[in-house]
Design a protein around this ligand. Structure first.
Ligand SMILES: N=c1c2ncn([C@@H]3O[C@H](COP(=O)(O)OP(=O)(O)OP(=O)(O)O)[C@@H](O)[C@H]3O)c2ncn1[C@@H]1O[C@H](COP(=O)(O)O)[C@@H](O)[C@H]1O
Length: 105
């Protein structure tokens, strides 16, 4: 099992833990708005790191962002495999074609 799949499983297990002992449980207890806000904050921190901080900072903020995105997906009951399937679907298609097909929809 790869890192993201393992992390997805850990996040699922920790949802029902005590908020006193688990960051995932504590964040989920605050509701999807708080989870979504956290994804936004981590995205901004990643952008700032990419523009003005060290490689290590960019790596750390990217890890925070990916982790919180997995928490968000789980709170919407979306499996990581569904996102991977969407990425697989796009494979071999130019990003520009993908953009054009989105405009058509
Ligand atoms: N990968 C992570 C992970 N990455 C980041 N974080 C937490 O995300 C938070 C990042 O938020 P910030 O940088 O904004 O720091 P903060 O000010 O402390 O955050 P807030 O108080 O605003 O929420 C920190 O509290 C980190 O500890 C994580 N917490 C948990 N995990 C994984 O999730 C597993 C389960 O964790 P628990 O639910 O705590 O058992 C762990 O074993 C890890 O594998």
């Amino acid at each position: 099992m790869d890192t993201l799949a393992r992390l997805e499983q850990v996040i699922a297990e920790r949802r029902s833990a005590s908020p006193d002992s688990s960051y995932v449980a504590k964040l989920n207890a605050k509701g999807i708005e708080a989870v979504a806000q956290k994804v936004g904050e981590e995205a901004v921190e990643t952008i700032i790191a990419a523009l003005s901080e060290s490689r290590e900072e960019v790596i750390g903020e990217s890890a925070d962002l990916i982790f919180h995105l997995l928490v968000l997906l789980q709170s919407r009951r979306i499996k990581l495999s569904e996102v991977m399937e969407e990425l697989d679907r796009r494979e071999g298609t130019s990003g520009l074609e993908e953009k054009a097909s989105r405009k058509d929809n």
